[in-house]
Design a protein around this ligand. Structure first.
Ligand code: IVH
Length: 701
């Protein structure tokens, strides 16, 4: 259980970072939502295992170093999600209960839930939630804009600061970039308050996005994935002129700090006031009384979402009366008075033109569908993943079929299955190729694996994948070394592995078409700059299986130097909090190979940074002591407590004996350990005592 919790938290943090900081999500929103849901469910079952830094208790990603930090006076919160009508009803029921509203509990005489005596089986929670749906709470329905949250601060009517959400408390100062968004006024109209903070969403209109992609294509450049990511990338340009040229827009949807404004009754009034001040407020908003009307609003927009020139992924429902909002309050992450009612993933049909197989950096062979272009989930889709051989067999999609494609405002579209009624006669079943499309080596499927692999380490497709991964933003971040440059350099024999990047024959590059002195100088500078990246980026860049940014960071901190990681055993790595046995084994296996060791030596010789953050050596105050922990501590996970003891030289056995120095008890400690400690006269201390013990090595008086 603890392991799954740790894993979910690690995964969610990793994907948060990719989404919020790097604007480069790796998994569809739906999959991300599933991870969050699983974590929420586990934490709901075991509230004692909730830790304050769990992603369920915090918002978004960490701020970057490019823009100055801005502390939000009022935190920028996130929203909880409802994916079904039942979940929406559940939220409405909590609201109604929170406001002490009278609910119609259904027809009298029915005693729901008494199944034992043969009475009706009624889900009590659902019945109450349904009743709440009719409670006249008064909501404002808005569209959920799929863009980038931003806070604008006006003082005496003049725009003085704009910031991203960041982690909810601290965002990034993007004032210069926001000034280039035409629809955001620099000065407010009408009598302006001393201070007004406006929260809203920066977005890229779909029409502008499409034009941008047309010019990308005309210039032979890759298409942008979708309007949201493009908006995020455009907003975080170092050069405000680039942002200004992108045609971003903005919808205001929430007040932040206000000083000296009019007294307002409801959220709807607040939006009207913002519009009067000259701010763009989405006209598609509606004040309604009941949840049924909320659903009608959402259903309408589900059907008409593509009539809009911006992407939406659901409706946002907010309790209208501000006094009621205040009474309901917020959790650590989201207000209780609002909810995002998310649209289901979008589906469309199109023709399956072909099935091809791509080879990734690990040699994994992934089949993908080549489709007749179709607009779904906010962008034009031409390729969609088919995951693996089993999935293709199961779905039995065949080139020539009409297929259903699903996409949910994310980056990886999926083929759901064929429309059998439209299958032309005589279509052959597709079979997985027997050899690698890039190097013709026979593909193998290791036992227990769902994928086929190309096992030729010199396969050009794998080389390409490895080098691209190394130069990507999540790795060594070498600007100008993207897919096409890497492919060209490989083709020209200039590079064949990541070590070659630091040893490029620049005279040969100068001979290539499209490489003038300026682009060569820029690329050289980018490569040079990458030598100073943190050790964790290098570890990620090496593409070690299972090792993501969070694990890499932990390893870099714990060992302080690449050499120490290379020579560490899997056991030593697994003993560190935040490194699971799978990651530890994978890292150890990787560095056990001669190729990896030779690569490390080469990178080191080229001057690439291999030094981690300074290792803070912990005083060994617990040397010779044996400390047992029982129950849940608020500031430590079980592994974290063990690590804290061991890193100070102490032992942390699983049971109490006469050698035990102290028993630390949290909430709900095990009865047997307590009794044993009492019998043997072992000192029993609480969490504060434990903290003091870690600090000083002495038991509290
Ligand atoms: S209100 C305290 N209203 O959705 C409530 N958010 O998933 C703050 N979003 O962080 C949010 N449209 O970036 C609100 N009409 C709308 C919205 C909206 C899009 C975004 C916003 C928020 C995220 C939560």
């Amino acid at each position: 259980m603890q392991e799954r919790l740790d894993e979910l938290r690690r995964l969610i943090r990793h994907h948060n970072d990719l989404y919020h900081r790097l604007d480069a999500p790796e998994i569809p929103d739906v999959e991300y939502d599933l991870l969050v849901r699983e974590l929420e469910a586990l934490e709901a079952e075991h509230p004692e295992l909730i830790v304050p830094d769990s992603p369920t208790q915090t918002v978004g990603g960490a701020p970057s170093a490019t823009f100055a930090p801005v502390t939000h006076e009022l935190p920028m919160m996130s929203l909880d999600n409802a994916f079904t009508r039942a979940e929406l009803n559940g939220w409405a029921a909590r609201v109604a209960r929170g406001l002490d509203l009278e609910l119609d509990q259904g027809p009298p005489g029915v005693d729901p839930g008494h199944e034992a005596d043969g009475g009706p089986v009624v889900d009590v929670a659902a019945a109450i939630a349904a009743a709440a749906a009719a409670a006249p709470v008064g909501y404002v329905c808005e569209l959920k804009i799929d863009g980038v949250a931003c806070s604008l601060r006006y003082e005496d009517g003049v725009l003085v600061q704009a910031a991203t959400r960041g982690n909810g408390r601290v965002g990034e100062d993007i004032t210069a970039n926001i000034r280039g968004i035409a629809v955001i006024p620099n000065e407010l109209t009408g009598p302006a308050p001393q201070v007004v903070e406006v929260r809203g969403e920066v977005y890229l209109p779909v029409s502008t996005f499409e034009k941008l992609n047309e010019s990308q294509e005309a210039a032979g450049l890759p298409r942008y994935a979708n309007p949201r990511n493009t908006a995020a990338g455009s907003l975080r340009q170092k050069d405000p002129a680039i942002t200004a040229g992108r045609g971003l827009a903005f919808w205001s949807y929430q007040l932040g700090v206000v000083e000296g404004g009019p007294s307002l009754e409801g959220h709807g009034d607040a939006l009207d006031w913002l519009a009067e001040l000259g701010l763009p407020v989405n006209p598609e908003r509606r004040r309604v009384e009941t949840v049924d009307e909320v659903v009608a609003f959402a259903d309408h927009w589900l059907e008409h979402r593509h009539d809009l020139d911006y992407e939406i992924d659901g409706a946002v429902v907010k309790v209208d009366r501000l006094a009621r909002q205040e009474a309901l309050g917020a959790t650590a992450k989201a207000p209780r008075w609002a909810i995002a009612y998310k649209f289901p993933p979008e589906e469309r049909t199109t023709k399956l033109l072909d099935i091809q197989v791509s080879i990734g950096r690990t040699g994994k062979a992934t089949p993908f569908a080549v489709l007749e272009p179709v607009f779904v989930g906010g962008s034009t889709v031409q390729v969609a993943t088919l995951h693996n051989d089993d999935q293709v067999r199961l779905k039995d999609v065949r080139p020539g079929d009409t297929v259903v494609v699903r996409k949910a405002g994310d980056v990886i579209p999926e083929v759901i299955g064929p429309v059998l009624a439209e299958r032309p006669a005589g279509l052959e079943r597709w079979t997985f190729p027997e050899s690698c499309p890039a190097c013709d080596t026979p593909l193998v499927r290791p036992e227990g694996e769902a994928h086929n692999f190309c096992v030729n380490p010199t396969c050009p497709a794998q080389r390409q994948g490895r080098i691209e991964h190394f130069t990507s933003r999540g790795g060594m971040d070498i600007e100008g070394m993207g897919e096409s440059t890497v492919a060209l350099f490989i083709e020209q024999g200039l590079i064949s592995d990541v070590g070659d990047i630091y040893d490029i024959d620049w005279d040969a590059v100068a001979e290539l078409e499209g490489f003038g002195q300026t682009s060569i100088d820029n690329l050289k500078a980018a490569i040079e700059a990458s030598k100073q990246r943190p050790l964790a980026s290098l570890l990620v860049g090496l593409g070690i299986r299972h090792l993501g940014p969070a694990g890499a960071e932990v390893l870099a901190r714990a060992f302080g130097h690449l050499d120490a990681i290379v020579s560490a055993t899997a056991e030593e790595m697994a003993a560190i909090d935040g490194v699971g046995p799978t990651i530890a084994a994978s890292v150890a296996d990787y560095f056990a190979t001669d190729e990896a060791r030779a690569l490390v030596a080469r990178l080191q010789a080229a001057g690439v940074n291999v030094q981690g953050p300074e290792v803070t050596s912990v005083p060994q105050v617990l040397e010779g002591l044996s400390i047992v922990v029982s129950g849940t501590l608020s500031g430590f996970s079980r592994d974290g407590a063990a690590q804290a003891i061991k890193s100070r030289g102490g032992k942390n056995p699983g049971s109490v004996s006469k050698k035990t120095t102290a028993l630390v008890v949290g909430t709900e400690p095990g009865a047997s350990k307590l009794t044993k400690a009492e019998e043997l006269g072992v000192p029993i201390i609480d969490e504060a005592g434990f903290e003091a013990l870690l600090e000083t090595g002495r038991l509290p008086d």
